[in-house]
Design a binder for this molecule. Structure first.
Ligand SMILES: [Zn+2]
Ligand SMILES: [Zn+2]
Length: 182
């Protein structure tokens, strides 16, 4: 599943995957789909899927709660999953990356209602399309099968390479075209 965001000024349309895309393979053989978020990547110059590495303290609190649940297959599975996530969040050294081009330079965004917002020091404010000034709003929720990406614990790609300059340009062009002719 994914979401199309439309800029209310330039009308360009940016598509962001919502389904599981970041598949991590740890050195010890464990593998899992990690969480991800939406961000503005300054290298792609697009809204993009970005890594969202959980805070070990939050994961630990969740594990404490899970251990209180009755012992069955479901709770065992969840315990295993969250333990793996905790181990990963502890061995992870590098900052989160854009899941398209691998850049570390992006602004993490949240969806509030129909609008994309960024966290300030104290408050959240609508995120403004850089160089344009418009605000991104949800246009449509799209049901599509996301393409998974295999990553190491540190977010390096295992399968193939990050989007290069040409692919990033094609993606920007298609956002612009979708706003006009889509
Ligand atoms: Zn715009
Ligand atoms: Zn990027």
């Amino acid at each position: 599943m994914g979401i199309e965001f439309e800029c209310d000024r330039c009308r360009s349309i940016h598509y962001v995957n919502d389904g599981p895309v970041a598949y991590y393979a740890l050195a010890d053989g464990r593998a899992f789909f990690g969480p991800h978020g939406t961000g503005w990547c300054s290298r792609c110059r697009l809204l993009s899927e970005v890594e969202a590495i959980p805070d070990p303290e939050v994961l630990q609190a969740r594990l404490v709660e899970l251990r209180r649940l009755p012992d069955n297959d479901a709770s065992k599975g969840m315990l295993e999953h969250w333990t793996t996530m905790l181990d990963w969040s502890r061995i992870r050294k590098e900052s989160p990356r854009c899941l398209r081009c691998g850049s570390l330079n992006f602004t993490p965004l949240q969806q509030t209602g129909e609008c994309l917002v960024e966290m300030g020091e104290e408050e959240t404010r609508p995120f403004r399309h850089p160089g344009c000034g418009g605000v991104f709003k949800v246009k449509e929720v799209v049901f599509a099968q996301p393409m998974g990406k295999c990553l190491t614990a540190d977010g390096q790609r295992l399968d193939h390479r990050w989007d290069g300059a040409f692919v990033r340009w094609v993606r920007r062009l298609s956002c612009w075209l979708a706003g006009r002719f889509g």
